[in-house]
Design a protein around this ligand. Sequence first.
Ligand code: HEM
Length: 364
Amino acid sequence: MGRYLVPMAMVAAMVAFAVAALTAGVTPYQPQLWASVVPLAVLGGVIPMIFAVNIRVVPVFSRRSWPDEGWLRAQVALAIAGAWTVYAGYVAGWEALVLAGSVLALAGGIVFMANLARLFRREPEPRPVPPLPYPEHAAVDAVATRFMRLAGIYLLVGLTVGVVTAVWRPGVGRWDLVWAHTMLIGLMLSMVAGVCYHVLARWTGRRWRSIAAIRLHFALVALGLPVMLVALAVDQTALFAVAGPVEAAAIGLFLVNLAPALVGVRLPVFVAATALGIVPATFVFASVGAGLDSIVHAQGAAYHACLAAGGADCRLDFDPSAALTPQLIGALVALGLLALVPVAVKKAFPRKEAHVACKPREPA
Ligand code: HEM
């Protein structure tokens, strides 16, 4: 497999996220640009990132090698080209470009599924089978595989919705939301769930708290999301009021399942520590946001006043140096120092038991 394909896909994803964030920042003045933000973040950010992780990880766990590197490159290139074409189409207000980009992105998704199908048609190589972290984990792996299949289905469904709605929009329904939630919950969160359930116990050596809760998570997503999407598609508020909370419960259950596997602490301790731990960073981010907001508003007010006065050379400027107030710099320094506290505490109070906690438990 090409050495540069995975890093390039990751870099492309980061660039897309950054441009999407910058575009979102301009939407107070150019509201029509909002339509380009979510598509760029999803098509140019989420999808190339998922492709990169799959290209790297799937051969390891399946004990197979990709049959053809050219098709992997085509998959990534189509996805990236599609994303930026859609973005350009929305920014320029040119529907033909949005359609062309959506078709390219769908082609990338189809090549992705075809590459996976070809990979799994191959015989596994005679490499040692990665051991189960504990015998019951086979049941968790089965749910993880189902989540990944679901992600693949939603990828194709979402990309197809993108192409169809670029050509024709039904009279009813909130199709931008159908598309966004198909891609973000159906594709992204299902893929994240599949990967987490597959690898976390292997990496951390900790058991999942409850296989039944993992199965329930899958059932809630499998039932709740299609109903939520149909409710959005037909604009049925009553149906949405049922399916939305089911989907939200699924996301909550996922976090509850993850907490002990990720940090190895009991849930109440995890919730309390998170609530306490996010306070300092929240203050810093809120003060950064408030500072930027007031600067953006001041610049916007000056611009509109200039327009109202009939000025010929009105410009909307943003001076980044104005954002660097002493309070902001102080807050960032404080955040940096805060991040060093755990390191200092660990140095001051080394704990031998920490290694024991990471060892796999004996099977029951
Ligand atoms: C848990 C169940 C969820 C429900 C009930 C829900 C509901 C909604 C609703 C009602 C809107 C429209 C808001 C408006 O009218 O302005 C919306 C927008 C949006 N949601 Fe969700 N959401 C859920 C989960 C998620 C998740 C997990 C993500 C991302 C990972 C997400 C991403 C978005 C985005 C990006 C938009 C804006 C879409 C656009 O304007 O194009 N949602 N959501």
